[in-house]
Design a protein around this ligand. Structure first.
Ligand code: NAP
Length: 246
């Protein structure tokens, strides 16, 4: 049997390391959105599959018998499709979905359901830091004219999509101290993040708490309904146990 690990997160990296010496046939898949991804310790293919039919063909050609989907909680296209295809083919499927972040006493968090909501919630002189990634950036276009700082892992080849914006280049991991220093240096007044959950993205929220900055959290897309051959776990350990029990 060959296991397909849909990767692109810190959990996926740790699952790959956990599977590397098990003797199991496993292949990881990266979407190819990061220019120089950290290498994984297992065979890795890079790039989209080319749509649903091509994905099904890939599963058949490579003799894939189970899938661990450790993609990001906001990568809902790949997750919905994989859950559906595996369900139809009767392939065991495991989604790794970390718990959401929950506000604590000292946090000033507002949940939002779409990027365009931020514009009505911040004053004209706000300095808004977007930790929301590349894909949703155009959806913040009604912030045009405000100072908007969008952090990216790789320097984009295209100009900022609207007036007043600027890219901040930074490759994770980040820690609280460096996030506090960065927000101070840039004069950030408001932070926008996806409610991704997990440890990797957490330091920016802890930095916002220290600096008493208001935070807007984008709600997650709905996770797919899972059929009989599918399961959902919250942790790397849960995924490794699911694989071991296959
Ligand atoms: N969305 C986020 O906020 C976010 C944050 C951090 C990391 N990531 C990672 O970045 C990647 C892309 O995220 P996204 O939000 O653009 O995904 P998405 O919207 O759910 O998927 C878009 C397309 O990207 C391809 N794709 C996605 N993940 C893939 C994988 N692991 N291997 C091969 N192809 C993949 C598929 O293309 P085809 O149709 O051609 O097969 C899919 O249809 C994911 O692996 C995700 O884990 C996303």
């Amino acid at each position: 049997m060959t296991l397909l690990l849909l990767a692109g997160t810190g959990e996926a990296k740790r699952i790959a390391w956990g599977l590397a010496d098990t003797g199991r046939s496993v292949v990881a898949s990266l979407a190819g959105v990061t220019r120089s991804p950290d290498p994984l310790p297992i065979p890795t293919r890079i790039g989209g599959f080319g749509g649903e039919a091509a994905f099904q063909q890939y599963l058949s050609d490579e003799g894939i018998t189970a899938v661990v989907d450790a993609t990001h909680p906001f990568a809902d296209q790949i997750t919905n499709r994989t859950a559906r295809v595996c369900g139809a083919l009767g392939l065991p499927y495991c989604q790794v979905l970390r718990p959401e972040w929950v506000a604590e006493e000292k946090d000033d968090w507002t949940e939002i359901s779409a990027p365009h909501e931020v514009a009505d919630l911040v004053p004209p002189d706000a300095v808004v830091f977007l930790g929301t990634g590349r894909q949703t950036l155009p959806e913040f276009a009604n912030l045009e004219g405000r100072r908007v700082l969008a952090r990216m892992i790789d320097a984009p080849m295209v100009p900022f999509p609207f007036e007043g914006g600027e890219f901040v280049i930074g490759r994770p991991p980040f820690d609280v101290k460096s996030e506090v220093a960065l927000f101070r240096a840039l004069g950030v007044t408001h932070l926008v993040v996806k409610n991704s959950g997990g440890k990797g993205g957490r330091p920016k929220l802890d930095a916002a708490r220290q600096l008493e900055l208001p935070v807007f959290l984008l709600d997650r897309p709905k996770a797919p309904n899972l059929g009989e051959t599918a399961t959902r776990v919250e942790t790397v350990q849960g995924a490794l146990e699911w694989v071991a029990a296959l």
